[in-house]
Structures are given as C-alpha cells and as structure tokens.
Write a new protein. Sequence first.
Length: 313
Amino acid sequence: MRIIFAGTPDFAASHLQSIINDNRHQILAVYTQPDRPAGRGKKLSASPVKKLAEANGLKVLQPASLREHGQQELMADLQADLMVVVAYGLMLPQAILDTPRLGCINVHGSILPRWRGAAPIQRAIEAGDTASGVTIMQMDSGLDTGSILSTSRCSLANGETSGTLYQRLAVLGSSSLTAMLVKLEAGNAVSIEQDNSQSTYAAKIDKAEALINWSLPATTIDRCVRAFNPSPTAFSLIEGQRFKVWDATVIAGSNSAAAGHINSFDANGLLVGCGQDALLLKEIQLAGKPRMPIGELLKSRSELFASGKLLGL
C-alpha cells in the first residue's frame, strides 16, 4: 500500500521501523511535530520519528497544523491508500481523515475504550490496572472514539513502571500494526464500535501531580511513583530540598510513624509513614545529583534523613 505515517516520540518510531522492516509498503511521507527546544542549551531537537525517517531517506513534513487548506491539498496530492498515526500530537481535521483511500488508523496504548486520551500508559499504572494493551482503531473526529480494528493485551508485571510498560507496548503495537496492514491490504479487516459507556479518560500528566502526598495510602503512592517513572518522576521535599523517588516498596502493617515522617533508615531503604501502611524508599535522586540507592546516599548524607524528620516541607 501507499502509506503516510504520522508520529513523534520513540514509541511512534518503533512502529515506523516495523513498517520499514516489513518492506511491503511504500512510505510516501512521514509527518512529525516541528523541532522543539531541548536540553539545557534549549537547542532545537528533531523528534525520534524525524531522525529515523531521515536515516532511511524518507520525505519528512513538519507542519504546525493540518487545518490549513494548503496542507490538506499537499496531503491529497500524495494519493495515499492509508495514513498510520501513532502518538503524533496533532488533531486531524475531518478533511485529513477523509483523504487516504482507506482513511486513517491509530495505534493507541490502552485497551479501548478504557483510557482514551494523552496518557493511557501512566494512568493505567496509577489506577492499579492489572492489564493493558494496544488498540488499533479506525480514526474518526472524536478523541480515541473510532471503531476498533484489533486489540492486543498484556498483563502488568509486579513493579511495572510507565517506562517498562511503554517499551513492552511499543513491541506489542509494532507487531500488531504490521499484521493489521496485511488485513487492510487484503480488504478483510473487521471493525467493532466502542462501548462509550465503558470509556475512561487519561488526562495529560501535569508535573504538579508528581508531588507526593504522604497522607495517602502507601499503595496509592507506590502506584504514583511507578506511573511517573521515568517522567515526570515522583518527588518530595526535605528541609526545602527537592528529591525524586525512583523506586519504592509498600511495607504493609507498618504504622509506627505519622504520615510523611521518617521511621527508620538503613542500607535497604528509607521507611516513611503514610496515611496507611508505610513506604520503603529504595532509590532517590537529590537535586543536581545522580539517582542512587539509599544505602549509597546515606554514606554521605545520613544527617539529612534522620529518623523523625518530616518529608514534604
């Protein structure tokens, strides 16, 4: 088929690579977000999708919007059979959705209709879901409301983070996509309408959400730590100093310290009281420092984390 691909982050790049590797289809153009400032120097940086496309000699287009008539005419001139959209980051107007012969399909990192929206992977872990997956849908004008073409599921492992699930779904989605392209080319793909009554919304992550509220149960905080790993990363304060929490474990039945107070610490971790049970912080990162196990950090900063101190201030 003659395919247009649209995507931006490395999750999308994995799917573009799967189409390239498949070597069955002609990729007419790759759409991705405009270069953005990144790093301490704020230099313009290309998206992972752009880097991959250029490395393979593919045509790259980076419009700020697809609502302009000129952009819509440009896409129509490509005479595509299909547009594949993976974490692109721009809304597609109806004129774009109607342009390819077979319309536009989207690869979404959840089991739709659960977790429509921008952050399905993080919200699934934050909510304590036991399963996740990838849905391929025929796009319509709504937000992840299109008919489902396929669903591939996976169980969430103990200690699953957004980072680990992100990588697993990238692999799962890529294989699902190449299989779906075969069905679409043959004309035997079947779509099923979503049950809107079962839908949930995965709102975009706000960095402020990553501030730990120690009055919550330890299980809730643990899910937040894992949901926000690697970004934006859960954090707290001690004596006005901000630190990130990368790894933690719930210690059930431990209520010997008030919420936010340090109960004890040793090489295994820093035990902090919560609204219910306690949380053992095993790996943290002080501002301007590398992340490290508590045992290593206490060799030089044990006075900062003395028993009885209150976190969050």
